[in-house]
Design a protein around this ligand. Structure first.
Ligand SMILES: Cc1ncc(CO)c(N)n1
Length: 230
């Protein structure tokens, strides 16, 4: 699988953040869940587990983006993150409704699926940083959710998938529309660099590294069928 990741501006704050998650990104694209998506060998049960947890995730992610919007002072950023919060709910309802129908699941099945340990850990971390951190910290925490999916979408699109359900999912994140969304957030992160001091930048790198790790763990949880041990 060739490496088509896009690290944004050369020396900007976004590129500094990306460096904190780059090794984890390499592990993500090599994960059997993702190689299985593009070669079609991923068991449908693992994908269904992912989509069910992603429905729970997107509801919390929308709230994290709304918190990020509330902390922004630049009107363009308030508008952008608010729109993305609304869109996360729309994706939850539209993309997932289509995927679930093809997987033979209903939204009631998903609602009845308990929020898994990794989903709860990831969403709790996102909501905590976005509620109690600075604006730059909130942006750094949510950035991998956009960036990793865009780069994963691009990488997987090179081979797409023999499975039409997986191909639908890949095409969503590899689309020019999603790319434009991600580029706007990367530019927003870059714009924050000059006004962010060294201690805050270090916290931002930690958040970016942590949520990138949670992205790996999210796919891994669906792959291994992780549930609560007791
Ligand atoms: C877990 C996860 N991270 C990021 C995205 C992209 O919005 C998603 N749908 N799910």
């Amino acid at each position: 699988m060739s490496d088509v990741r896009d690290e944004g501006g050369q020396d900007g704050f976004a590129a500094e953040l990306w460096s904190a998650g780059a090794a984890t990104y390499d592990a993500i694209v090599a994960h059997p869940f993702l190689t299985g998506l593009s070669d079609g060998t991923l068991p449908r049960e693992a994908f269904a587990a992912f989509v069910a947890q992603d429905s729970h995730y997107l509801q919390a992610y929308a709230r994290a983006l709304a918190l990020t919007a509330a902390r922004a002072t630049d009107p363009a950023a308030v508008r952008m993150f608010s729109a993305h919060a609304a869109n996360a709910i729309a994706v939850e309802q539209d993309l997932h409704a289509r995927l679930l129908a093809e997987l033979g699941l209903s939204s009631a099945d998903v609602a009845a699926t308990p929020v898994g340990p990794t989903t709860l850990a990831y969403t709790s971390y996102l909501l905590a940083v976005c509620a109690t951190g600075t604006y730059a910290e909130a942006v750094a925490a949510v950035l991998p959710c956009y960036w990793v999916y865009r780069d994963v979408g691009r990488t997987l699109l090179e081979r797409s998938s023999p499975d039409p359900v997986y191909a639908t999912w890949i095409a969503t994140y590899a689309s020019p529309e999603f790319d434009a969304v991600v580029e706007a957030v990367v530019a927003t992160a870059d714009a924050l660099g000059p006004s962010t001091g060294p201690a805050e930048r270090a916290r931002c790198r930690t958040h970016f590294a942590t949520t990138t790790r949670y992205e790996w763990m999210f796919w891994d949880a669906a792959w291994t069928g992780l549930t609560w041990p007791v």
